[in-house]
Write a protein of this length. Structure first.
Length: 171
């Protein structure tokens, strides 16, 4: 489904579908309490080739539990602030302009190192948008660790670490 405000680009005979221009403010935002997700492209937009989100962590120390994606490679590109990224047991401070590639099946996590940090997350093939949708509803309802595990399982993700205090917070 395309967002309101999208511009569909008519293309020639080489493509089966139009391109998309999603203007600033037109993408869907998912409020997750301690952070937000802006959905720039999902499986429907890309024929499931990839999904692209932008996350905004307004406070220091915000991030998910250590986890594994069984079905997708995840990449990050830091666009504001900085993050501590942990991939396969190795930790790195990633400032603006840093790129991180997490292979499918690699345990990883991150936390914002500065207030107001933002990054792009690219999942290939498309993944995780439904997870964030369900997580938002669960956070608002006060979900617990078992419910988080059930949501993660539905999206081919395994939570393999402790859940940070800041992750399931409804502001």
């Amino acid at each position: 489904m395309h967002a309101e405000g999208d511009v569909h680009l008519e293309v020639g005979m080489t493509s089966a579908r139009p391109g998309i221009v999603r203007r600033p403010g037109a993408a869907r935002t998912i409020d997750l309490g301690s952070f937000s997700v802006i959905v720039h492209a999902d499986a429907a937009d890309t024929d499931a080739a990839f999904s692209l989100i932008e996350t905004d962590e307004p406070d220091v120390g915000v991030g998910p539990p250590l986890h594994v994606h069984r079905d997708a490679v995840e990449s990050f590109y830091v666009i504001e602030g900085s993050y501590i990224m942990v991939v396969d047991g190795r930790e790195a401070l990633c400032e603006v302009g840093s790129f991180v590639l997490v292979p499918r099946g690699a345990p990883h996590t991150f936390r914002s190192a500065t207030a107001g940090s933002r990054k792009l997350n690219l999942y290939t093939p498309a993944a995780m948008i439904g997870y964030f949708d369900e997580l938002a509803g669960g956070i608002a309802a006060g979900l617990d660790a078992a419910e988080l595990d059930a949501i993660a399982e539905r999206y081919a993700m395994d939570v393999v670490g402790e859940i940070p205090d800041t992750y399931l917070v409804d502001r």
